[in-house]
Design a protein around this ligand. Structure first.
Ligand SMILES: [Zn+2]
Length: 148
């Protein structure tokens, strides 16, 4: 298990290294997408007979249903891996930016999105919104602290 610090920025300034990094990220995302498509196709194939008619899940045998659910689980895991990886911003989906890790959300943000979150946090801190319920205010403060 890899333990990450609360916050970590990965910034590469050299254009050639940025290009190499972006190409690796792109390659990894394409491999993940290809694997996801393969699993999706296998799961979709289970839903149709050779004549093209649809099979409902309720008609599956217990082992077919287990296989179907396993494929769904693999799809979700791959999607989660990609969206939470350093290869793409969890907010905007961009993958060609420098990234900042936020442990509270176990996610990587591009420096642009992270900066906007920080800015929003600082502006919210300046405004004292009194109409919020104490639990709402506490939740906002808790979220905000993760970006400071
Ligand atoms: Zn972003």
């Amino acid at each position: 298990m890899i333990l990450m610090k609360d916050k970590r920025a990965i910034i590469i300034k050299t254009p050639k290294l940025r290009k190499i990094r972006n190409n690796f990220r792109d390659l990894w995302l394409k491999a993940t997408s290809s694997k996801w498509n393969n699993i999706y196709d296998r799961r979709r194939d289970m839903l149709f007979r050779s004549d093209g008619s649809r099979i409902t899940i309720s008609a599956f045998s217990p082992s077919e249903l287990a296989q179907f659910r396993n494929l769904q689980s693999q799809e979700a895991t791959l999607r989660e891996l990609a969206s939470r990886s350093i290869c793409m911003c969890v907010t905007c989906g961009k993958g060609e930016q420098d990234m900042v890790y936020n442990k509270a959300y176990d996610a990587w943000y591009c420096t642009e999105c992270y900066g906007m979150e920080r800015l929003n946090t600082q502006e919210r801190a300046k405004l004292k919104i009194r109409k919020l319920k104490p639990c709402e205010e506490k939740a906002i403060q808790s979220h905000s602290k993760t970006f400071l």
